[in-house]
Design a protein around this ligand. Structure first.
Ligand code: 3PG
Length: 400
């Protein structure tokens, strides 16, 4: 797929830029994160090249606690680019149009949360979105549209798919690099072993990724809740709910046949945990999977023996992709699996992409350097979709 990039855009124009600044919000406070750092590179380039920049982005969804204004995002972005960033509490109302008209070369203005506009959210065809009042009002204020929001490109929302149909459209730097890294597993040919670490909480994501990539990946290293469900399919008495959390049984009912046939058809390619970790009296304890006769505790990580088995496989790989965590790494006691495989990747001279939910957060939490990895993706849902070969509508319209 090809799209125009910032290299194809003449300096000094009026540009409408879509970023993905969707962030964790704690007690109403927006948390700084890797997305700001990445998008800051695109915005800084536009500032340096004398563009007049208006930024669109979303935060949360109506009805959720994280559905807040973008005013804090503007301040955080300003810190990252070390340059003033203005904010207007409208997306395309009269005040927004007034502030956009007042932009001068090098100015940056953040518009209010796109999801506060009625036209933004329902997923509809790009053609329909392009005719909304939102798109039709803003399009005349700018010379070009830049989409940098790869991580939101799986959503057919007005700010992502409407503008490219009615304006000159370009990919921002983040869009370019994320697209390249996240499609590498499908597009690139690797001479040596390709390994994928698959964990996290959603069995359907894991199965979809494994089904799509079974011919590309030599070794799948499993962990997390999905890994425990695979152990259940292999006949071990784990992967059950023992409390009301309902993490396993419902997923098992929906996916057991697929998990069982995946395990049967690809047993040689799938590595399962040989031990699991749990909390005992406030400390981490481990148990060999073969010794488990009945599940009486919640397993929160793969065990150290498993990490010892997974690490050499990673070290022998030419490419390693990470989708999801192997345990509850936010709690240091249960970070051994996730941090262990990440450390093995960091020490190995291989092509690597780390993504999937919050997994990449473990990199800084446990003192590793981002530079030690080929690419650390800021995409969650879009990364999973890319791994399953699904088309991202926001990328597709950019290339039209
Ligand atoms: C993300 O945070 O993964 C994207 O911004 C998409 O957000 P959404 O899942 O709320 O649509």
């Amino acid at each position: 797929m090809t799209f125009q990039t910032l290299d194809d855009l003449d300096d000094g124009q009026r540009v409408l830029v879509r970023l993905d600044l969707n962030s964790p919000v704690e007690d109403g406070e927006v948390q700084d994160n890797r997305r700001f750092e990445r998008h800051a590179e695109t915005i800084s380039e536009l500032v340096d090249r004398g563009f007049e920049v208006a930024v669109m982005a979303h935060q949360g969804r109506p009805g959720r606690d994280d559905f807040v204004s973008l005013s804090q995002h503007a301040d955080i972005l300003a810190e990252h680019i070390d340059h003033p960033v203005a904010f207007v509490d409208e997306t395309y109302g009269p005040q927004a149009i007034h502030d956009i008209a007042g932009l001068e070369s090098g100015d940056v203005l953040v518009l209010e949360n796109t999801r506060m506009c009625d036209d933004e959210l329902p997923e509809e065809d790009p053609e329909v979105k392009s005719q909304t009042e939102f798109v039709q009002t803003l399009k005349d204020e700018f010379d070009a549209y830049v989409n940098d929001a790869y991580s939101a490109a799986h959503r057919s929302h007005a700010s992502l798919v409407g503008f490219p149909l009615v304006m000159d459209a370009y990919a921002g730097r983040v869009m370019e690099t994320e697209y390249e890294a996240n499609t590498a597993i499908a597009e690139k040919e690797f001479d040596g072993q390709v390994t994928m670490v698959v964990g996290g909480t959603k069995a359907t994501d894991v199965i979809d990724v494994m089904t799509h990539l079974d011919e590309k990946v030599d070794d799948f290293l499993l962990g997390g809740i999905a890994g425990e469900l695979f152990l259940r399919a292999a006949g071990h008495p784990v992967g059950y709910d023992i409390d009301d959390a309902n993490l396993y049984d419902e997923q098992w009912e929906k996916n057991s046949e697929k998990i069982e046939s995946m395990l049967e058809d690809h047993r040689d390619q799938i590595s399962l945990a040989v031990d699991l970790a749990y909390e005992d009296d406030g400390s981490r304890a481990e148990q060999a999977v073969d010794d488990i006769e009945e599940k009486t505790v919640s397993y929160l990580d793969v065990g150290s023996e498993t990490v010892m088995e997974y690490s050499p496989i990673i070290r022998d790989s030419e490419a390693v992709f990470v989708k999801g965590a192997l345990g509850m790494f936010e709690d240091e006691r249960f970070s051994v699996g996730t941090a262990g495989v990440l450390e093995a990747i960091a020490e190995t001279d291989c092509f690597s992409v780390v993504g999937g939910g919050d997994t990449s957060r473990a990199i800084e939490m446990y003192g590793m350097e981002e530079e030690e990895f080929g690419h650390v993706s800021i995409a969650g849902g879009a990364y999973i979709r890319a791994l399953t070969g699904a088309e991202l509508i926001g990328v597709e319209v950019l290339s039209r």
